[in-house]
Design a protein around this ligand. Sequence first.
Ligand SMILES: [Zn+2]
Length: 492
Amino acid sequence: MLKKNRSAPNTAVIPALYYPNAPEAVAWLTTVLPFTERLRNSDNRRQLSHGNSAIVVTKPGGNPDAASSTQQSPGAQSFTLRVTSIDELFLRAKAAGARVLAQAADHPYGERQCWFLHPRGIRGRFANDLRFRSSRLGWSTPRRISVRALIAVGMVFGLVPAIDASIMTKTPDPNQVEVVTVDVVHFWRAFDESAKVPTERRVDVYRREYFDLASEGLKDYAVFRHVTAETLAAHVEQNRDAYATIRPCVNNVVKQKPVIQTAFRRLKALYPDIKFPAHVYFVVGPQKGACMNSDNGIILAADMFATPPGTPYTYARVSAAYVPYAAVHETIHVNQACQTNDHSTLLQNVVSEGTADFIASLVLQEPAVRQHTDRWQYGCANEGELAARLLREADLKITKPWMFDHAPDTGWPPDMGYWIGYRIAQAYYDRSKDKRAALRAMLVVTDFKAYLEASGYPGARTSCVPATPVPITAASARKARREHSQPLSLGR
Ligand SMILES: [Zn+2]
């Protein structure tokens, strides 16, 4: 076993990367990429760590092990960083001068990867384990994940081992789906017990009563959202009154379990080939994202669905009644042949989300339980204009202002892209004689243009019925936009 040595990183292999200007390279690697400078042997030789691994950044010729010929050409050396927020980091690297060698793409062996070249050479690659997928319910988007939120798992030099593909465990039987609520019970026990001990000992209570007993779903959530006993205890203790206020609402969220199970059974009856996540987990967190998928199942953060009565409308306001809808919506995504990524066209994004919403509405009463009747109000009144714009922008690799946008500058309610995708799905489904075949076609679609054409939308659209007669006035739209830009009262 290796002895600990303070002048060497605690890792058995330490690759050296050669940059013409080591200090400049270190500045780039530690601000743009998630490296930390660990030790400075000299100006031209520095140790950087990332997770449980380390590299040496040095100058050619500066040391006996650094022959000047080491730097044969830009890209002669490379490294891989395993991270979770690949798209955000890639954007940051590009903004900081990195040249794109390969755009981010999902690979069948279970990784999302991209390649870039440092402004002074050395290829870098980000690899993201596809085990986790942040859901795009419209109010918890991957783009909001902090670029600091990285899993530091390892690093290799040049050679990159492929990670086994890990995909969500699924079951064809809705009765086999396990809805796991035990973490919520544990959370409230930790909440109550921590009040009985001095502040400095409360972290231990959250660790012992909540994290040590974690379900697989809570473990995945904690890794993906970077929630630890320390960060959760700090947040909850700072917002103790707010958590006490939302407590009954969190419990209402958990009470949706039988509604989810019923909705899953209805979905099975409607489309027997559907696959369900093996687990649906409810967890409680520090108000950081509502919904995510891992290979263990769908994970719903109950705190994000718990809005007390009287909460003003905001982009993030979601009631307990929305929970079953979210579970079905996510289940549809799991069954879609074509997954969206940052390079999907607007049309694919619109179809993906709208189809998930539409099929969810076939098994759950819609849109009464939903918070976005404003989309229907606005959409029905302005459908011709919206459809014409969608046709113009269908091939663009954009999502704004259509979706994942809290305050569209068009004056629209947020996420009109979901709504118009719903309308396309509705048109397709309504004109299909064989409904089961229609559902299959909607789930396996890969040619989104052909699908749009087959739907007949907007020419052959079904008549539009707004949900409830709440007219949108210029003043209420302005008020909603102001509110959309405000975070929830509980803070970040
Ligand atoms: Zn979605």
